[in-house]
Design a protein around this ligand. Structure first.
Ligand code: CP
Ligand code: NVA
Length: 318
């Protein structure tokens, strides 16, 4: 994980397999040390990021990403600054380039949640400190670390396990399929016509699958075809932030894609359900969402352990 020091965290495919492994292991170590079940006295817990700080640019809403980063940074001894859309000059009065150059002089890290992925690329081009992508329209890599951690907690080694995605071919899917392929999982994707995954990200996933012994990257428009034989069923909102105007249209076009008990019954015995949250009943029934099969709340908790690991590794202070 020492090779990760100083690097940006933009999308999962940019991590080496060792870096991905190292980040997942460090996340578990942090849970053991700082978690509610830990025997370590919080006052005596190590504070490796004392004196460090992260600026957090949020152009969109957030519950998990904001709270996990602020709380996690505090546990590690550092400071976080929440910068919402009306808090800073960015976008109104100042460019991403100038914002990157200025924040880099104050802070050890810059985290950003943006609309256009190009804004993250622009930020990382000009920032002289490591950048964390906290969600763009194309990628959500922090979420994938939390998801893979939840799956490893449940299944152990994920090689040969099958992950089915049902719903929109969006940012959350993109990193999850990249990360799943890196760990040797089979990937089965059901999206309605016209809502498929980004073709470039799909191509990269197939390359990673070939390199890591993944048997199958399969695409379909039929939800049950993707879910059949899977160990993990994942969905997300049908209407991502920024797509609110398309709500009516999307709900119509995603008819038949709800993850419910009938669909889960097509999966393997012992299959589990994931959702990054926030969740709406149209994409997953209450029955599945609150079931024993659902790992959604441990998954949400993992957002904190994983972002802590990313920040500490970028700063080379584990
Ligand atoms: N899953 C996730 O990123 O949630 P928030 O939008 O609440 O940060
Ligand atoms: N795909 C969703 C994820 C929210 C965490 C969005 O981009 O709004």
């Amino acid at each position: 994980l020492t090779q990760f020091e100083g690097k940006h965290f933009i999308s999962i495919d940019q991590l080496s397999n060792d870096e991905l492994r190292g980040l997942l292991d460090l996340s578990k170590k942090y849970r053991d040390t700082y978690g509610k079940g830990s025997s370590v006295n919080p006052v005596e817990a190590p504070k490796p990021l004392t004196g460090q700080s992260v600026s957090m640019i949020f152009q969109k809403r957030s519950t998990r990403t904001r709270v996990s980063t602020e709380t996690g940074m505090n546990l590690l001894g550092g400071q976080s600054l929440f910068l919402g859309p009306s808090d800073i000059q960015l976008g109104v009065n100042e460019s991403m380039r100038d914002t990157a150059l200025v924040l880099s002089r104050f802070n050890s890290l810059v985290l950003a949640r943006v609309f256009a992925h190009d804004d993250i690329l622009e930020l990382s081009k000009y920032a002289t400190v490591p950048v964390i992508n906290a969600l763009s329209d194309l990628h959500h890599p922090l979420q994938t670390l939390a998801d893979l951690m939840a799956l490893e907690d449940h299944f152990g080694n994920l090689k040969g396990k099958t992950l089915a995605w049902v719903g929109d071919g969006n940012n959350v899917l993109h990193d999850l399929m990249l990360g799943g392929a890196k760990l040797g999982m089979n990937i089965r994707i059901a999206t309605p016509a016209g809502y498929d995954a980004n073709s470039g990200v799909l191509e990269t996933t197939k390359q990673l699958a070939a390199e890591n012994g993944t048997a199958d990257v399969f695409e379909t428009t039929v939800a049950s075809e993707a879910v059949k034989g899977s160990d993990v069923v994942v969905t997300d909102t049908w209407v991502s932030m920024g797509q609110e105007d398309e709500y009516e249209q999307r709900v119509k076009e995603f008819d038949g894609y709800q993850v419910n008990s009938a669909l889960m019954a097509q999966a393997n015995d012992g299959a589990v359900f994931l959702h990054c949250l926030p969740r709406h009943p149209e994409e997953v029934s209450d029955e599945v969402f609150y079931s024993e099969q659902s790992l959604v709340f441990p998954e949400a908790e993992n957002r904190m352990w994983t972002v802590m690991a990313v920040m500490a590794a970028q700063l080379g202070k584990l």
